[in-house]
Design a protein around this ligand. Structure first.
Ligand SMILES: NC(=O)c1ccc[n+]([C@@H]2O[C@H](COP(=O)([O-])OP(=O)(O)OC[C@H]3O[C@@H](n4cnc5c(N)ncnc54)[C@H](O)[C@@H]3O)[C@@H](O)[C@H]2O)c1
Length: 256
């Protein structure tokens, strides 16, 4: 018996990195998973990995910044899952830079994915989350929601908004028994690590070492370590009295 048996879960950004690890973790605990991403090839691979290991999953190609696609994604998810009990908002755009570096279009693009996209996924899933009685929303925020790293203005701002979106939704949705929480990863080894280094224009090996030294535990985290915290917040068995909260998974980065 898994702690998420008979529950339906949507995971956005499930094609790779932290989202892929979350989809696999929820499925290995019994959830049926709708793997959502705009990357069709890798997103289908995630669903296939789940099915090959005996779980249940479907891939639905979706750009979460497009409300029409999100609506269709929710319809398709309900058709496959039967219910939506868990929504994990994880997909994200990484736009870095100082305020003078960022165009209007880049600002609009990042907010459409990282903030409005998360809200749209909740809005469209809401009728089903209300029905569940055991439902949980988990939003991927970041240590960048709390600490303003240099020349990271759009990303930091979007992740700060995710924390307040989480608290605001927790307040409004509690009456329906919907818990809403966030996970704030620190430096986790994914393709985003390399997007960050490319933006910095620094030596890859040297910067990776700096990222490792940047936590108390002297290493980057693994996507699977973030997925465990998401599982905890998604599971009504484990976190039934927790809402509006955030768990920091950063190896102690914020204390360095
Ligand atoms: N990696 C880190 O160090 C780190 C640290 C803090 C927070 N986070 C957060 O964790 C989450 C996952 O990060 P990651 O490192 O796995 O990133 P990643 O780039 O490896 O994966 C992100 C996934 O989201 C998908 N995606 C992006 N925009 C999309 C859209 N509009 N519609 C659908 N899918 C879309 C991508 O195709 C990709 O599969 C993000 O919310 C990120 O902000 C990551």
């Amino acid at each position: 018996m898994g702690k998420l048996d008979n529950l339906g879960a949507i995971v956005t950004g499930a094609a790779e990195g932290i989202g892929e690890a979350i989809a696999l973790e929820l499925a290995s605990n019994g959830a049926k998973v709708a793997c959502i991403d705009f990357n069709e090839e890798s997103g289908s691979d995630t669903a296939k990995k789940i099915i090959d290991s005996g779980g249940e999953a479907v891939f639905i190609k979706t750009d979460i910044s497009d409300p029409d696609q999100v609506k269709k994604m929710v319809d398709g998810s309900v058709e496959y899952l039967g219910s939506i009990d868990i929504l994990v908002n994880n997909a994200a755009k990484f736009t870095f830079g100082a305020v003078e570096d960022v165009s209007q279009e880049e600002w609009e693009d990042i907010l459409k994915v990282n903030v409005i996209g998360y809200s749209t996924c909740v809005k469209e899933s809401l009728p089903y989350l209300k029905k569940s009685g055991k439902s949980a929303v988990v939003n991927l925020a970041s240590v960048s929601s709390i600490i303003a790293g240099p020349k990271f203005v759009p990303y930091n701002t979007s992740k700060g908004a995710v924390l307040m979106l989480t608290r605001s939704l927790a307040v409004d949705l509690a009456e329906y028994g919907i818990r809403v929480n966030a996970v704030c990863p620190g430096s986790i080894h994914t393709s985003a690590t390399y997007k960050h280094i490319a933006h910095m224009g620094t030596d890859v090996e040297k910067t990776l070492k700096e990222f490792q030294e940047g936590s108390l535990l002297k290493r980057q985290g693994k996507p699977e370590e973030v997925a465990k915290a998401v599982l905890f917040l998604a599971s009504n068995e484990d976190s039934s009295f927790i809402t509006g909260e955030n768990i920091i998974v950063d190896g102690g980065l914020i204390y360095t």
